[in-house]
Design a protein around this ligand. Structure first.
Ligand code: R5P
Length: 310
């Protein structure tokens, strides 16, 4: 088995390599003077079961090209099997036509990864589970519950917990977590009553005096979570905490989260944390390296991955 990594998340690759007790295979992933991507795998991969780890996070297009070119290099190096390990699959939010003459970019990216030569995909908490069907190769979509649940149980022992989806689209994820935690469920329904009026946040469910945990797949600008946190506080929530899988945290998101009524935000290291994320007083990063490492091991040994989530 070989573990190879692009430039997007070297820290996670190192941790996965420690979990698997194998080194990260030496590879050059660099730029020509005109910024074209060049990849050279520095070790023999002929006949090897290869796992290329790359999150297609910011800068998404560069990281995507690194991924595609590395898969091509592995294929031409006669790897036996290539698994694209994508802790964060970017472009996932463009998963349907939102209007006339708009793309379905998630499908295009799936086609590109397949055409490059990947045999399998191992990813985590896809924005929409149906994206698995955009690929005609096997996709394993890990869920982060084994990482989030023990921490929530420990941190909020004895509290009246309510798991909250910040929008209607996230209800399935929130309900699954509420079930594992034996907690209540609430949903925030954003509605614009009249054109030109600002959005009204209706909280569906009773959150009064509860410790509310907002769960989502992505925090990008932070707007969704911060608005949801304000609505929950206005409805009497005792505390608001957020657990989000992918900390995209673009632009002024870290400052927005710091200034919000949210007590804390927990994200995973599916995307490498920036310095501002690391130094933020109310953001914590939990590692998914063991989860990803174990899924890689099980893929390599042809063992069940779903057994990890029972
Ligand atoms: C949307 O459907 C996603 O699940 C997230 O809620 C969204 O991407 C968060 O974006 P932002 O942080 O910019 O509000």
């Amino acid at each position: 088995m070989k573990l190879i990594a692009g430039n997007s998340n070297k820290a996670l690759a190192e941790q996965v390599s420690s979990y698997l007790n194998i080194p990260v295979t030496q590879a050059k992933v660099k730029r020509f003077a005109d910024m074209e991507v060049f990849v050279e795998i520095m070790e023999n991969v002929r006949g090897e079961d290869c796992f290329f780890l790359q999150s297609t996070s910011y800068p998404a297009n560069d990281h995507l090209m690194e991924l595609l070119i590395a898969i091509d290099a592995l294929k031409r190096g006669s790897a036996k099997r290539i698994t694209a390990v994508l802790p964060y699959f970017g472009y996932a939010r463009q998963d349907r036509k939102t209007g006339g003459r708009t793309p379905i970019s998630a499908k295009l990216v799936a086609n590109l990864i397949t055409a490059a030569g990947a045999d399998r995909v191992l990813t985590m908490e896809l924005h929409a589970g149906q994206i698995q069907g955009f690929f005609d190769i096997p996709v394993d979509n890990l869920i982060v519950a084994p990482v989030f649940v023990p921490q929530i149980q420990d941190k909020f022992k004895g509290e009246k917990l309510c798991i909250v989806s910040p929008d209607v689209g996230g209800v399935v994820r929130a309900r699954a977590l509420a079930k594992r935690l034996n907690a209540d469920l609430a949903i925030i329904d954003k509605r614009r009553e009249e054109a030109g009026m600002s959005e009204v946040m209706n909280v569906i469910g009773d959150v009064k005096d509860m410790v509310c945990i907002l769960v989502d797949d992505i925090v990008d600008s932070g707007g969704t979570l911060c608005n949801a946190a304000s609505a929950l506080k206005e409805n009497g929530a005792k505390e608001v905490h957020s657990y989000v899988v992918h900390g995209v945290l673009s632009g002024g998101a870290v400052a927005r989260v710091a200034a919000s009524p949210m007590e804390s935000l927990v994200v995973t290291d599916s995307i490498a944390a920036t310095e501002s994320v690391k130094s933020a007083h109310n953001i914590e990063v939990l590692s998914v390296s063991s989860l990803i490492g174990e899924a890689i091991r099980r893929t390599s040994e042809e063992r069940s991955i779903s057994a990890l989530f029972r």
